[in-house]
Design a protein around this ligand. Structure first.
Ligand code: DAH
Length: 359
């Protein structure tokens, strides 16, 4: 077969190939290991230099023409296939969502939104920090030195290797390191809450290896325990949507606060809600707090003689369980659609103080 006929036949076959598979078959029969064009190219080796001078450019021209035609046809076929898919997979975005497909807002997300709403009204901003923390922010700066027993209490997940700067890395065991990050980057007065995920190697009906906390921090001149008490009372009343509440401050110990208190909320079993003093018949512990330790303030480069403050830390999952009546923590993270459907919130239940923060 002459080179010209071969070229014409192959180009015709390429143009006629109606699918990527058909095109590939043409490519193999021409350019494959034992293809017709490949066989012709191989004959160059046996030619005299004079013959090669004439045949070389001709055969290379043939090869280039076929290669170019193959690529062009491949492009064409691909855009035809893409257009067909775009037409076939077209969605009508104006159709209403099928009810079975509607997601819900997880109770933890809902409670975080409620917290942000309540504290925004008190002048608090929302702060965040990394979940992968270094040892200094999670412990040392919070007055928990290397040898401190509180480090063992936290059941920390450590990373096997130090980071590029040689720092020991871990999954933060509490949201308290956000206090440090905030004090190191912002000037007082500081008023923040920091909701987020925390991690501890612990698992049973009331503990999961990942859970949620909210941290609160106020730093200013002349802050006292009375300011803490008022803030917590205001928060608990707004969160549980009750007019009156009784709080019990129990002396406690946290390395990063002095004095430290644990706060119990007085409950009425009759209403299942926090209640005023006369109606209280049981106490539930809801948070840890205290006046920020002077050592923590100076670790962040502030003068503890000038600035004081209070901090608190509270489990968000526990708040959600108390407010919305769930008694097992584990299903929070099981991703069971039936549970989510039952306990989840509509995306339209945006918490507002005027409408009530509860949905
Ligand atoms: N970080 C503590 C914990 O995870 C909770 C806590 C207690 C936070 C007292 C505070 C605080 O800010 O003042 O157990």
């Amino acid at each position: 077969m002459s080179t010209d006929t071969l070229q014409a036949d192959t180009l015709a076959a390429i143009a006629a190939a109606a699918s990527p598979e058909a095109l590939e078959a043409v490519r193999v029969s021409a350019m494959g290991k034992s293809g017709s064009v490949t066989a012709l190219l191989k004959t160059l080796g046996g030619m005299t230099p004079e013959e090669r001078l004439v045949e070389g450019p001709r055969l290379n021209g043939l090869r280039e023409a076929i290669t170019a035609a193959l690529a062009a046809r491949k492009n064409e076929l691909e855009s035809v296939a893409l257009n067909a898919r775009l037409v076939a997979e077209r969605q009508d975005m104006t159709l209403p969502v099928a009810p079975a497909l509607t997601g819900s807002i997880h109770p933890v997300s809902q409670v975080m939104d409620e917290l942000a709403e309540i504290f925004a009204d008190l002048g608090f901003a929302v702060a965040t920090g990394p979940e992968i923390e270094d040892d200094w922010h999670n412990f040392s700066a919070l007055n928990i030195p290397e040898t401190h027993p509180a480090r063992a209490m936290h059941d920390t997940f450590y990373f096997p290797d130090a980071d590029a700067q040689g720092r020991k890395m871990l999954l933060r065991t509490h949201t308290s390191p956000v206090q440090i990050r905030t004090m190191m980057t912002q000037k007082p007065p500081i008023r923040i809450i920091a909701p987020g995920r925390v991690y501890r190697s612990d698992s049973d009906a009331t503990h999961t290896p990942m859970f949620h906390q909210v941290e609160g921090l106020v730093i200013d001149r002349g802050v006292t325990l009375a300011n803490l008490r008022w803030t917590l009372e205001t928060f608990i009343k707004a969160f549980f949507e009750v007019d009156d509440v009784s709080l019990r401050f129990r002396p406690s110990y946290f390395p990063f606060t002095e004095p430290s208190v644990e706060v119990d909320v007085g409950y009425s079993s009759k209403t299942g809600k926090p209640a005023a003093a006369g109606d209280v018949d049981k106490w539930l512990e809801v948070l840890g707090s205290g006046m920020v330790h002077p050592r923590v303030i100076s670790a962040c480069g502030l003068d503890p003689n000038e600035y004081q403050g209070f901090a608190f830390g509270c489990g968000i999952d526990r708040l959600a369980m108390l407010k919305y009546g769930m008694n097992d923590l584990r299903p929070f993270f099981d991703a069971d659609l039936r549970w989510l459907k039952h306990h989840g919130f509509s995306a339209f239940d945006v918490p507002t103080l005027s409408g009530g923060v509860g949905a």
